[in-house]
Design a protein. Structure first.
Length: 276
């Protein structure tokens, strides 16, 4: 199974992991809707919806750049409508956009709290809700629809909460969407899964975290290759999972992961959060 001719709506696809997933799908000849906020170049955060669209088309896909605030219902409505108008429907939703603040309670302004919940939880729920009619139509047409949330396995262990309660709750909110929507949409034939990295991933967002050593990270391509395996699987038989990138790749015979390291040969990679 390939993604040729499939239409993917990817949030936060102007850079990083979202763009990597888009470019991997583009290699099959997929249609990509770049739903992100950045329309003008920012020297601190490279990549716009337009530069991403150019990269996607260079990789072999078709791209539609749509400036979207996934916290805003009207903005998402408009983006989905433009996507359907351009490509005739939607087959896959990747809820990748996320906001992060690794701060304890006294150091988390409510504005930052609201941003994380607005993007991570509300944005994921809202995009899923608005794409649902089109994913349902894709299921009826036998087009193997998927929702993939870039969020971690759920855990009630206090150590994942104590240092950054707000961020953990916001990311787990995305994962709770996976848990609930997988069950809710199963009868419709729509798969809903989560994917999360074993190690830290070198992205522009990570560069903004003080002390982060990108040389001890893996590249976004490990997640794009893992996402591809999820999105090309049978939607009726692969749903409700919380995949970890290296475990999923290993199940498909990919065990040499050195090519994904920012610095090949690195053995002391930084572990990501939420994976025991």
């Amino acid at each position: 199974m390939t993604l040729k001719g499939k239409t993917l709506f990817i949030t936060g696809a102007s850079r990083g992991i979202g763009l990597a997933i888009a470019k991997r799908a583009a290699q099959d000849g997929a249609n990509i809707v770049v739903a992100a906020k950045t329309a003008e170049t920012n020297p601190k955060l490279p990549g716009t919806i337009y530069s991403a669209a150019e990269e996607i088309e260079a990789a072999g896909g078709k791209a539609l750049a749509v400036q979207t605030d996934i916290r805003d219902e009207a903005s998402v409505d408009a983006a989905v409508a433009k996507a359907v108008e351009a490509f005739g429907g939607l087959d896959i939703l990747v809820n990748n956009a996320s906001a992060i603040s690794l701060t304890p309670t006294p150091d988390t302004p409510m504005k930052r709290f609201d941003l994380m919940f607005g993007v991570n939880v509300r944005g994921t729920y809202l995009c899923t809700q608005k794409c649902l009619p089109h994913l349902t139509a894709a299921a009826k047409a036998g087009r193997n629809p998927h929702v993939l949330n870039m969020s971690p396995p759920l855990s009630m262990k206090p150590h994942w909460f104590k240092s950054h309660v707000a961020y953990t709750m916001a990311k787990y909110g995305m994962s709770e969407c996976t848990l609930g929507h997988a069950a809710e949409f199963k009868a419709l034939g729509i798969a809903v899964n989560s994917l999360w990295p074993r190690t830290a991933i070198a992205t522009a967002a990570l560069q903004m975290i003080p002390g982060a050593d990108l040389n001890r990270c893996r590249k976004p391509e490990i997640l794009s290759d893992a996402a591809y395996l999820v999105l090309t699987s049978d939607a009726k038989g692969t749903t409700g999972n919380f995949f970890i990138d290296d475990e999923l790749l290993a199940k498909h015979g990919i065990t040499d992961l050195d090519r994904y390291a920012v610095v090949p040969g690195t053995t002391d990679l930084i572990p990501d959060f939420f994976v025991d």
